[in-house]
Unconditional design. Structure first.
Length: 258
């Protein structure tokens, strides 16, 4: 019907829906595998390769979890429905018993008031119990998603630690290293590739987090995903500043040679 299409425009789906509008977990995993191979071919002994391996091990369960959190958890939902129905049945039964036991007259006013107060208190507790049961499935999903996002956030900080000592100044400015200076045996091209791999890993990390936002409509999870995306963007920004410095240095050297 036209009114249904107006209220719910995304209900009518075609065969191509989601192909270019939703993130594909398998494509993300394939990209991570490809990135790991690229790092292994260029930097076989680098610690960044091990980080990418751990990242791939984390990516598999993360994509599977994000996929499972989309549909309802039917065992939990059935238990919630049964428990809510039982509570409502008990509440309705209590109201019917009170209605049969009391009659409105001047002698029973005090007892009726006491029963009414007790009934209101029971309704409040009943409402709280129903609220707890209705939100149980959401809280279970939220807890699982936040745990996975916490692991993804940790990976982002580990990647940042590996690029932290990769300073372009070691290549662009001649100076003498001290005993505590980090080892920097990379050439200018290798350093640019290393930094680019770090930026790619951070981008893939944010895409894994976006899978949870794609499959869930929980404001707490959406906030956590947005915070992780802001974190990876900020870390990538520092990396790209280093790449820009190296790139501009190459352009300046070409101009001076010319």
């Amino acid at each position: 019907m036209n009114w249904q299409r107006w209220l719910f425009p995304f209900w009518d789906k075609t065969e191509s829906d989601g192909k270019y509008t939703d993130l594909d977990p398998e494509s993300i995993l394939a990209t991570i595998d490809k990135l790991e191979m690229r790092i292994a071919e260029r930097f076989p002994d680098a610690g960044l390769r091990q980080v990418c391996k751990e990242f791939r091990k984390l990516a598999g369960p993360s994509t599977a979890l994000a996929r499972r959190l989309g549909p309802p958890i039917w065992p939990v939902r059935i238990v919630i429905i049964l428990a809510a129905g039982l509570l409502l049945f008990v509440a309705i039964g209590a109201v019917m018993v009170l209605a049969e036991r009391f009659s409105i007259n001047t002698e029973d006013i005090s007892e009726l008031l006491q029963a009414t107060e007790a009934g209101i208190n029971e309704l409040i507790f009943l409402g709280l119990a129903l609220y707890f049961l209705i939100g149980l499935e959401t809280r279970i999903k939220r807890h699982s998603a936040l745990q996975a996002l916490h692991r993804l956030r940790s990976i982002a900080h580990v990647v940042d630690m590996h690029q932290l000592t990769k300073d372009p100044a070691h290549l662009l400015s001649p100076f003498r290293d001290t005993e505590s200076s980090p080892g920097n045996a990379l050439t200018r091209f290798e350093l640019m590739r290393y930094l680019d791999y770090c930026a790619e890993m951070l981008a893939l990390d944010s895409k894994l987090a976006a899978l949870f936002a794609q499959n869930m409509d929980d404001p707490v999870v959406l906030t956590a995903v947005n915070e992780l995306e802001s974190l990876t963007q900020g870390l990538s920004g520092k990396i790209w500043q280093k790449i820009m410095i190296l790139d501009l240095a190459v352009d300046q050297s070409h101009l001076s040679d010319g």
